[in-house]
Each structure stands twice: as structure tokens, then as C-alpha cells.
Design a protein around this ligand. Structure first.
Ligand SMILES: [Zn+2]
Length: 404
């Protein structure tokens, strides 16, 4: 049982030289808490004395380090074989007391990496382990998937687009309820497995983007649920199509040697892609210029803006508006918009369901931003597992309260 040996015993702290500078409190579990398996906490027969005395780092006494020291016998669990016996003051496999870990987790949800490790006088490496343990325990104790009716599934990239997470948000509470590494069918199916067959049937609405790796499993596992296409992704597609038109016009201008126009168009990127209400004066002037020169760029801009309108009107009007938009886009002779019209025709029901159900995408977008922020906060997460642990603590409401 190597994994249990690697855990700190009394000698470990001494070799660090810390125990020499702190208070050591000798403790032992109460009668009812003795002889329990460290993993499942079931009562089981004793095995041996393990590695003898062991110590746990506790919350500091002012500026003095404090350690709890106790015997760490091993027990023979029917399910987990030979394991170190549970102690009430610490989580299994940890060198820190429960309250110490809770405080670290609480701080990590609120402060920077350096603040946490300097204040708690603990290596960042240890903080990562603590976060995982605290998050794992909270996920075991709290069922976030209970009573889930309206959910949003989305992907986010962290670590510069190299790695992806699939996240699931509860539309009622706006909270994160599940996160898994990867963006593929398998990951989505893993979520539905966690949700279970019964609760899949009770799901009323699933919002997601137009990707088939999400839509496929949703249709298979929740056939009764209404599938909505997130407004954010629809607008994103339109913005991409618009950008493609801008690039084509720009390339054409350069081919014809019209360098002035080419320069103008290069600067027009933000003027056309931003929402008109957020434009600066200069960008507004740029837009007016585009309207005057009236290449294919201006109609493309209007197409994008018109598509945004469907999310601002009633469901009935939205349906008409979308029909008109599709007809216009098909006739536009702008290849990227003709293609978009085809995609949107295929996803028409999902897009209109989002309008009918008054689905705002704001929550998923917000969640997206927050997770990306977490990943960027110099937390140095090499593995998605740790990012997920922190995201669950911070965004799913699993963070323990400060110990009292
Ligand atoms: Zn056990």
C-alpha cells in the first residue's frame, strides 16, 4: 500500500525542520471514531501500528506553527484492504488538518496564488493537492445534479486553446454543476451517465451550440428535452461570416492595387464586428464610410445586425424575422452568408426554441469568462483536474465556509 506510506508521518515534518519551530499537540481519536477505514469510514478490525506516530499541520497559533500528533494504526477494510485508520481531524491521505485545508480552499477561491501560499505558509504544490481533496469531498457530499431541469452545455478552452473543458450550467441558478476534461462525445456522455437515466428523462431543456458532438448525445439520452441553440453561438457564426467577407474585400482591394481602401478595411474590423451600441465615435465614422463605399461589406454588416434582432423581439415576430433573414442571406451572393443560411436552416428549430424559452446566454458566457479567468490567474494548473477542482469550489458553490 504505497500510497499510504507516502503520506506524512511524524518523521516527515521533523526532516523539514518545522516541528522544531512549532507547538506539537498530542491527540487521539475518541472511542467512537477509532478503528475506522480511512476511505469509507466503516468500522473494521485493526491490522498493525503502521508507521507509528504521525503529525498533521494545523492552523498556526499566531505566528507559531502548530501540529497535531497521533498514532496512525492501520486497519483491514473489507472493501479497501489495508489502510491507515481514519482520524476525525483530517481528510484521508493528507498532511494537514481538516480546518487548515478548509481555510486554504476558502482563500484560494478569493485570493491570488501568492497570497494563499504566503499567508498560510504552505507550498503552492500542497495547495493544489488540498483543493483537489476538498473539492472531491464536497462533490461526494453534495449532489449538484439534483433537480436539474434546464441545463446549458458548452466547451471552454484553457491554456491557450490547447486544452478543453466541457461545462454544464444550471440555467435556474446560473451555477456550474459539472465539468469534465475534453470536448467530445465521450465527455458529454460521461455527464449524462453521472446524471442517470431517471434524471435524464426529467430534463426539460438543454441549450448548447450547433456542434454535433453535443447535439448527438443530447438527442440520445434526453429525447424529451427541448434543444436550444445558444444565441451567443449564432451571433458568433454571423460575426465570423462577416469577417470572412471583410477579408475577401480586403484581398480584392489589394489585388487591384487600391492600397488606401485596403488600409481602411483592415481598420474596419472592430467597427463591423462590435455591437452598434458599443461603437466609439471613430468606429461609427468608419462604419459610415463603409456604407458610402458600399462594397459587399455593408450588406454583410446589416445581415449580422438583423440576425441579432431576432433575440430582441417576441417569439412570433422572431419566426417571421428569421424567415426574412434566411431569404435575404440566401440571395445575398455572399458565399459565407449563403453557407450560414444553410447552417441556420438546419438548426432553425433549436434557434427559435431559445427565443420561445426566453433563454439568455449570459450565464454560460459569464461562466466561460470566469473559468478562463481562473485558468489565467497564474494558478499554474498543469492538469485539467485541478482546474476543475477549483472551478467546482468557486463556481459551483462548493467552497467550505471559514472554520469557526
Ligand atoms: Zn474502507
Amino acid at each position: 500500500m504505497n500510497q499510504h506510506r507516502s503520506v506524512c508521518n511524524g518523521r516527515w515534518w521533523r526532516t523539514c525542520g518545522w516541528a522544531a519551530r512549532g507547538v506539537i499537540v498530542s491527540v487521539r481519536p475518541g472511542f467512537r471514531e477509532r478503528g475506522r477505514c480511512g476511505i469509507c469510514r466503516r468500522r473494521c478490525p485493526g491490522y498493525d501500528n503502521g508507521d507509528g506516530r504521525r503529525s498533521w499541520r494545523a492552523l498556526d497559533l499566531g505566528s507559531t506553527f502548530c501540529f497535531l500528533e497521533a498514532d496512525a494504526p492501520r486497519v483491514n477494510c473489507r472493501r479497501h484492504d489495508v489502510v491507515v485508520a481514519a482520524v476525525p481531524w483530517a481528510r484521508h491521505d493528507s498532511r494537514f488538518t481538516r480546518v487548515f485545508e478548509d481555510q486554504v480552499a476558502w482563500l484560494a477561491c478569493r485570493c491570488s496564488k501568492t497570497a494563499v501560499s504566503e499567508l498560510m505558509r504552505v507550498a503552492w504544490r500542497s495547495v493544489r493537492g488540498i483543493l483537489e481533496r476538498v473539492a472531491d469531498e464536497a462533490r461526494r457530499n453534495v449532489d449538484l445534479l439534483d433537480g436539474l431541469k434546464r441545463i446549458g452545455i458548452d466547451e471552454i478552452s484553457h491554456r491557450k486553446g490547447q486544452r478543453y473543458l466541457t461545462i454544464v450550467v444550471n440555467h435556474h441558478t446560473g451555477r456550474l454543476v459539472w465539468a469534465g476534461a475534453g470536448r467530445d462525445r465521450k465527455t458529454v456522455l460521461a455527464f449524462f451517465d453521472a446524471l442517470g437515466e431517471e434524471r435524464c428523462k426529467q430534463t426539460e431543456l438543454v441549450s448548447c451550440d450547433m456542434a454535433s458532438w453535443i447535439a448527438g448525445p443530447v438527442a440520445e439520452r434526453c429525447p424529451g428535452a427541448v434543444r436550444c441553440v445558444d444565441p451567443f453561438h449564432v451571433i458568433q457564426f454571423a460575426t465570423d461570416a462577416l469577417d470572412q467577407v471583410r477579408r475577401e474585400v480586403w484581398n480584392e482591394a489589394r489585388r487591384q492595387g487600391n492600397m488606401e481602401l485596403a488600409r481602411d478595411l483592415k481598420g474596419a474590423r472592430f467597427a463591423v464586428s462590435k455591437n452598434p451600441e458599443n461603437l466609439t465615435d471613430r468606429q461609427q465614422a468608419k462604419l459610415a464610410e463603409i456604407q458610402k463605399t458600399n462594397g459587399p461589406l455593408y450588406p454583410a454588416y446589416l445581415l449580422k445586425e438583423q440576425l441579432r434582432q431576432i433575440y430582441r423581439v417576441s417569439a412570433k415576430q422572431a419566426e417571421q424575422l428569421l424567415e426574412q433573414w434566411l431569404a435575404w442571406a440566401r440571395r445575398s451572393r455572399l458565399p459565407s452568408f449563403v453557407k450560414l443560411a444553410r447552417t441556420i436552416t438546419a438548426q432553425r428549430n433549436g434557434i427559435l426554441s431559445a427565443v420561445t424559452n426566453g433563454l439568455s446566454n449570459a450565464r454560460i458566457e459569464q461562466m466561460n469568462t470566469q473559468i478562463r479567468l481562473l485558468a489565467r490567474q497564474a494558478f499554474g494548473f498543469q492538469s485539467p483536474r485541478r482546474l476543475i477542482a477549483l472551478a467546482m469550489l468557486k463556481l459551483a458553490g462548493l467552497c467550505p465556509p471559514l472554520p469557526r
